[in-house]
Design a binder for this molecule. Structure first.
Ligand SMILES: Cc1cc2nc3c(=O)[nH]c(=O)nc-3n(C[C@H](O)[C@H](O)[C@H](O)COP(=O)(O)O)c2cc1C
Length: 360
C-alpha cells in the first residue's frame, strides 16, 4: 500500500487503512489490534453516556500506545410527534409480548438522548488525537476547540454536496461512504430521499471536488478493492463489515453466522431499528416494522424505543430481532483475529498492486 500519503502523515499510522467504527461490534480489543498492526482503529462512542465513553477510551489506551480514533454521531435531536412515538411503542410492546421479550414503555419526556456535545469534554480530557463523525457536521465551536488542540477530524459524506460542506467547515479528512456500506448511512443534507451512490461512482467525484484527502468506505475487504479505491483517487480506505466476524468482534453469534451466510443480495436499507437509514440483513423485525404501516419516529427516538429490545435480542442471540448490520460484501469476512485480517488485507493489496504493475 502507498505509505507516503497525507493520511499517513496526518494520522501517524503506517498504512492508510482505517477499521470502521461499528457500534455494538467494535471492541477496544479490535481497535487496539488494528492500531498495533499499523492501521487506524476507530472506537465507536455514538450515543453513549460520557462515563461509558471514558471507560472505553481508558480500556483502549491500556491495550495500545498507537494512535486510534473515536467516533461520534453528529446529529441534532429533532422534535417528534408524541402520538407517533406512542403508536410505535404500542406496536413494539405487542411484538415483544408475542415473542417472549420484555418491553418497558417509556414516555417521550423520560428518554435520555445523549448528544455528542456531552462527550466532547471526555475526549478533550483523554487527549484523543483523532475524532471521526457521521450523521452531520460538528458545530463550528466544537471544530475550533478540537482543532486548537491538534485533534485530526474525519467527517463522513454520502454525496459531493456533503463532502464540499465538510471541506468548507475545515474538516481534515473526508470519508466517502458508498451505498454498499454496512450500518447507518452518514447522509445529513437530505430529508426523505438519501443519496444512493455506490463507492465506485462517489469516490472519484468527491476526490475531484475536494483538496482535502478522501477515504473510501463501502464494499472494501481485500487487495483488489483497496487498490480500486486508491486508483479512484482515495488516499485511504475504511473497512467495516470485514471485521464483523473477527475474534474481537462483539457481534452475536447469529449476527456473525448470518453475515457469512448471506449472499451479495441479502442486505436491505431500513429505518426500522433507529429511524435513520441503515444497511443490514433482512430479518423478521425489519419485515414487521416495515409492514406495520406505522410512521417510524425519527432518529434518535426510534433508536431509543428499540434499545432494550436490541439488547435483549443480542443477549439471547435471537437473530430475528438483532440489528444485523452488514454491508453488501459482508459475506467476505473471515473468523480470524483482527490483526490477521488487517495483515492479510495489506499483504494482498501489495500483491495485487505488483500484479497490476507487472501487467503494464
Ligand atoms: C455493524 C456496523 C456498525 C456500524 N457502526 C458505525 C458507527 O458506529 N459509526 C460510523 O461512523 N459508522 C458505522 N458503520 C459504518 C462504517 O463506518 C462504514 O461506513 C462501513 O462499514 C463501510 O462499509 P463496509 O461495511 O462495506 O466495509 C457501521 C457499519 C457496520 C457494518
Amino acid at each position: 500500500m502507498n505509505r507516503q500519503n497525507e493520511i499517513i502523515r496526518l494520522l501517524n499510522i503506517a498504512y492508510p487503512l482505517i477499521q470502521a467504527p461499528m457500534l455494538g461490534v467494535t471492541s477496544s480489543e479490535m481497535v487496539a489490534a488494528v492500531s498495533n498492526g499499523g492501521g487506524l482503529g476507530s472506537l465507536p462512542l455514538g450515543g453513549l453516556n460520557p462515563d461509558a465513553c471514558a471507560t472505553l477510551i481508558a480500556r483502549t489506551k491500556s491495550l495500545t500506545t498507537r494512535t486510534f480514533a473515536v467516533n461520534l454521531f453528529a446529529h441534532d435531536v429533532p422534535e417528534e410527534d408524541h402520538t407517533v412515538i406512542e403508536a410505535m411503542q404500542d406496536f413494539l410492546y405487542r411484538i415483544c409480548q408475542e415473542n417472549g421479550f420484555e418491553y418497558k414503555k417509556i414516555s417521550a419526556g423520560d428518554m435520555k438522548l445523549y448528544t455528542y456535545e456531552e462527550q466532547i469534554e471526555v475526549i478533550i480530557r483523554e487527549q484523543v488525537p483523532v475524532v471521526s463523525f457521521t450523521f452531520g457536521v460538528l458545530k463550528d465551536d466544537v471544530i475550533r476547540e478540537l482543532q486548537s488542540r491538534r485533534v485530526v477530524l474525519i467527517g463522513t459524506c454520502t454525496s459531493v454536496r456533503e463532502a464540499r460542506l465538510l471541506e468548507e467547515k475545515g474538516i481534515d479528512i473526508v470519508c466517502a461512504q458508498g451505498i454498499e456500506a454496512g450500518g447507518h448511512r452518514a447522509s445529513f443534507l437530505y430529508k426523505d430521499e438519501i443519496p444512493q451512490i455506490g463507492t465506485f461512482s462517489l469516490v472519484p467525484q468527491v476526490c475531484d471536488s475536494l483538496k482535502k484527502p478522501v477515504i473510501a468506505a463501502g464494499g472494501i475487504f481485500d487487495g483488489r478493492t483497496i487498490n480500486a479505491a486508491i486508483a479512484l483517487g482515495a488516499a485511504g480506505v475504511q473497512v467495516g463489515s470485514a471485521f464483523i466476524n473477527s475474534v474481537e468482534s462483539l457481534a452475536a453469534k447469529s449476527h456473525k453466522d448470518a453475515t457469512l451466510r448471506r449472499s451479495d443480495t441479502g442486505t436491505v436499507l431500513t429505518r426500522a431499528y433507529s429511524g435513520r437509514w441503515a444497511r443490514g440483513i433482512k430479518n423478521a423485525f425489519i419485515e414487521n416494522v416495515d409492514n406495520s404501516g406505522l410512521t417510524i419516529p425519527a432518529y434518535p427516538y426510534q433508536n431509543a424505543l428499540t434499545a432494550e429490545l436490541r439488547k435483549a435480542a443480542k443477549e439471547k442471540d435471537e437473530e430475528k430481532f438483532i440489528s444485523l448490520w452488514c454491508g453488501q460484501s459482508g459475506a467476505k469476512g473471515q473468523h480470524r483475529a483482527s490483526s490477521e485480517i488487517l495483515a492479510e488485507m495489506i499483504a494482498d493489496a501489495e500483491k495485487v498492486k505488483n500484479l497490476i504493475c507487472h501487467k503494464q
